[in-house]
Design a binder for this molecule. Structure first.
Ligand code: 0L1
Ligand code: MG
Length: 230
């Protein structure tokens, strides 16, 4: 069954071919998959939005965002090391993160999301990627700060080994990343205090390899960084 296969792919860092399993209801498959992680001692620390840019929605032929669950095991400290061993073909995306208090936005931070589809070559149907916890595989959150006026058009840079590889704007995140927060709240059926909401990518995702250093800079918010293991 798909949940067993995805969990095996996750724990052995191997890929599955799209179309090899019936997905059924994709969000309940995702929930079952994440419950396997919780049974191994992980804890939910937030949620992520995916397909938040017009370009990614068009690519998948959808007009609604998707969401997944973040666990503590996915978190890489700012400036810390992303271990390649348990991952298949990771990519990084520059994002912003929100901190939840009383169901509202309490703070904002620059962030990096690491996506690592368990589907071969990142080729999947919408149902398959939802079941695969929307490719969630890791994240870095920079320093939290009060939300500045206007976060709907902040410049974003993604650097690998000191070279700028993508330039974008927070406008690419649903026109305003605060919309992603509202969507996360609606889709997840509420948000818990101290949860993190990863709002979605401000540029295309970029594949990373051994020993590389990744840095994201968001105007007014600062930076977040990671180093890929050798
Ligand atoms: O976070 C994202 O937008 C990724 C969602 C899943 C699609 C993909 O793996 O590219
Ligand atoms: Mg993302």
């Amino acid at each position: 069954m798909i949940v067993d296969a995805l969990d095996r792919a996750l724990t052995t860092a191997t890929e599955l071919a799209s179309g090899s399993f019936e997905v059924g209801e994709p969000y309940s498959a995702q929930q079952d998959l994440v419950e396997r992680r919780l049974a191994r001692g992980e804890r939910i620390v937030g949620v992520k939005l995916g397909l938040t840019s017009r370009a990614k929605m068009q690519q998948m032929g959808v007009d609604e965002v998707i969401w997944g669950r973040l666990t503590d095991a996915m978190r890489v400290p700012d400036g810390g090391v992303l271990d390649l061993a348990p991952r298949i073909h990771p990519k990084v995306e520059p994002e912003v993160a929100f901190l939840v208090r009383d169901g509202e936005i309490a703070a904002i931070a620059p962030a990096i999301e690491v996506i690592d589809s368990r589907w071969l070559d990142f080729k999947f149907t919408l149902a398959e990627v939802i079941a695969d916890n929307t490719s969630a595989a890791g994240f870095v959150v920079g320093a939290w700060q009060p939300v500045p006026d206007g976060v709907d058009n902040l410049g974003v840079l993604l650097e690998v080994d000191g070279r700028v590889v993508e330039i974008g704007s927070t406008a690419a995140i649903l026109g305003d990343p605060r919309r992603a927060f509202a969507d996360a709240k609606r889709l997840a059926g509420g948000l818990e205090d101290e949860w993190i909401v990863l709002a979605g990518a401000a540029t295309a995702a970029v594949a990373v390899g051994p020993g590389q250093t990744v840095r994201v800079e968001v105007e007014k918010l600062g930076t977040a960084a990671l180093k890929v293991s050798a």
